[in-house]
Write a protein that binds this ligand. Structure first.
Ligand code: XUL
Ligand code: CO
Length: 445
């Protein structure tokens, strides 16, 4: 898509021009080498394979602060006379950044867009004001909202959780926020609405009634779904799994856990899953594993495409640059129909010591290029190698004869045991993992 670069009177990124595709030989760090939005691969333009979305919180709000020190990134839009002026400046900066980058979507939490007020009504008013302004920006630029969400984890009132808080009064505040965040998402035409269970989990079972908390979460999500549908939200609700951090035991541990939860609480028709790579790492899974698990359940919703560090146990939210992981991801997506109405939200921050505006652009460009390059490689593998043939052949004993009859449900356990006696000891068949790995590496060029 071609977005209109709209720079108001004041530019926050005066040194950065619109980022263009220059091809693999380009040495310009502020150009795409692989991401060519209109190039058609496997039947659709690259843009539709990814539906890239800028994460408002990291990209516009990430100061580089960590538990050991305050922020190092000077973000000029975060300075202003009052919190609403800052929110307006931030919106200007957001749309200048998004349009210069050429990302078609963005994502936000309610509190990223507008500040919390002194009470529920004031907070809602602040959000409505910013939603009005964001709508104008969307209209002028062609940029769209991939998803909205409510931040019901940062405010100290949520220290014991939001929908799973033992105190009912806190749950009602979470409801107020979710209600107006859903309204905001509808008003801005968002295709999805996300629930990341920020502090929905626990540290110690000694003070926690886990069953009751999970029932509250299920009930809360049913009511939020009912509200959204009644208010005209036709998109997909998404749950974003994470196994730990901030709590020791996050309830939405991983894709498999969330799948069970959605079925148990009657939510599987309206909800899908938003999978984040770094959260997969924390759960001891690969991104591809999580995506395949969601595909199997028909619940793949959207992706947060960052990366973590396999050597430590926290959420580092780095920009995705690991080509090998990206290839595995794109192999799964290409084989299973792609990202659909979801997208790829960066949910990543530049490092504390990457202090320039240029770094912010390079980080996004580099991730987009990694995924675009991975798409080309994965498509090449699927079109031109024996990969699929080898994988199919591995299961060929189920394609005909007794194996096919088994898949049709024609045998009971007695009959299967009878066949074992008849077959005798089967001859060894190699799984050939190293051959597959060799093949993938051959196509990474
Ligand atoms: C936190 C995280 C969130 C969600 C949205 O780990 O990933 O930013 O994506 O609330
Ligand atoms: Co995320």
């Amino acid at each position: 898509m071609s977005v209109n670069v709209t720079v108001g009177e004041k530019s926050y990124f005066p040194e950065i021009e619109k980022i263009n595709y220059e091809g693999p030989d380009s040495l310009n760090p502020l150009a795409f080498r692989y991401y060519d939005e209109n190039r058609v691969i496997a039947g659709k333009p690259m843009e539709d394979h990814f539906r890239f979305a800028v994460a408002y919180w990291h990209t516009l709000g990430g100061t580089g602060a960590d538990p050991f020190g305050p922020g190092t990134h000077v973000l000029p839009w975060l300075y202003g006379a009052d919190s609403m002026t800052i929110a307006r400046n931030k919106l200007d900066a957001a749309f200048e950044f998004i349009t210069k980058l050429g990302a078609p979507f963005y994502c936000f939490h309610d509190r990223d867009l507008a500040p919390e007020g002194g009470n529920v009504a004031e907070s809602e008013k602040n959000l409505r004001t910013l939603v009005g302004l964001a709508g104008e920006k969307q209209e002028a630029s062609g940029v769209k909202l991939l998803w909205g969400t409510a931040n019901v984890f940062s405010h100290p009132r949520y220290m014991n959780g939001a929908a799973t808080n033992p105190d009912f009064a806190i749950l009602t505040h979470a409801a107020a926020q979710v209600k107006s965040a859903i309204d905001a998402t509808i008003a801005l035409g968002g295709g999805n609405y996300v629930f990341w269970g920020g502090r929905e989990g626990y540290y110690s079972l000694l003070n926690t009634n886990m069953k009751r908390e999970l029932d509250h979460l299920g009930m809360f999500l049913q009511k939020a779904r009912n509200y959204g549908r009644k208010a005209g939200f036709t998109g997909t609700f998404l749950i974003e799994p994470k196994p730990m951090e901030p709590t020791k035991h996050q309830y939405d541990f991983d894709t498999a856990t969330v799948t069970g939860f959605l079925y148990k609480y009657g939510l599987a028709d309206d909800f899908k899953i938003n999978i984040e790579n770094n959260h997969a790492t924390l759960a001891g899974h690969t991104f591809a594993h999580e995506v395949q698990t969601a595909v199997n359940a028909g619940l793949l919703g959207s992706l947060d495409i960052n990366q973590g560090d396999p050597h430590n146990g926290w959420d580092t939210d780095e920009f995705l640059t690991n080509l090998y992981d990206a290839v595995e991801l794109m192999l799964v997506l290409l084989q299973h129909g792609g990202i659909g109405k979801g997208g790829m939200n960066f949910d990543a921050k530049t490092r504390r010591s990457s202090t320039g505006a240029e770094d912010l652009f390079i980080a996004h460009i580099s991730s987009m290029d990694t995924l675009a390059r991975a798409l080309l490689i994965a498509d090449d593998i699927l079109q031109n190698s024996d990969f699929l043939k080898m994988k199919r052949a591995r299961y060929s004993s189920y394609d005909a004869g007794a194996g096919a009859d088994f898949e049709q449900g024609k045998f009971n356990i007695d009959q299967l045991a009878g066949l074992a006696a008849e077959y005798g000891e089967p001859k060894q068949i190699s799984g050939k993992q190293e051959l597959y790995q060799q093949l993938i590496n051959r196509y990474i060029k």
